[in-house]
Design a protein around this ligand. Sequence first.
Ligand SMILES: O=C(O)CCC(=O)C(=O)O
Length: 262
Amino acid sequence: MLEEEREIFKRDGVVVLRGLFKDWMDVLTAGVNANEQNPGEWFRDYTPGESKGRFWADYCNWQRIQEFKQFIEESPAAEIVKNLMQAQRVRIFHEHVLVKAAGSSKVTPWHHDTPYYPVDAKQTLSLWIPLDPVSRESTIEFVAGSHQWDALYRPQSFTGEYYQHNSKEEILPDIDANRDQYNILGWALEPGDAVAFDYRTVHGAPGNLSSTHSRRAVSFRWLGDDAVYVDRGGKTSPQYPHLIGKLATGDALPEDEFPFVA
Ligand SMILES: O=C(O)CCC(=O)C(=O)O
């Protein structure tokens, strides 16, 4: 099962999975509603003061939002991820909710995730799961094969400022100005579908061009056998202030916070 998807994931750093999470849409929808009603410490509104086209995000709430916990522990996601990454074991890193209301013009800039995170591993995978139909024009996009580029690109917040890292990260090439030079992949998606991608794969998303419905998505982020803590020399996203000074680059991740689930 999933042999073809596994090969595509390895080759392109991203693969679309059709219909595997249909039975989990009600649970995830309840989770996103609970998250919106009860935001966490890291909740961000990227469009403050705008009455239309809101874009909000939150993350690292799965231990307190029962529906997200249930998805992580009971859905087929962890086994699917294990299969795609060809890992012996799979652990949860965190979940990330990203909601663009109808007509939101807020673009998610091109980036890749590894340099945002205070962790690294050979086996990394985010499952981006939309809760609404997403057209090709409004969907998340990926640069195929970019997981194999030998570079770390400087993190940039979704509002555009670069992080002040001490490392030698480069600025990401201008993908939009040179779209024809890249193999850009993206799919129209239905609730129940997901896109699996490596943390190193360059991705971004346009605004939500739908005038009728939101583009709600949850990215569940997983790690494989060899994950370790990494001091990035500056701010990360998510931030884990309680781990700073306690862990050094190369240390194993605490299992109570990032448990193995498969
Ligand atoms: O949903 C989006 O707009 C972007 C998602 C993203 O960057 C991610 O899941 O890593």
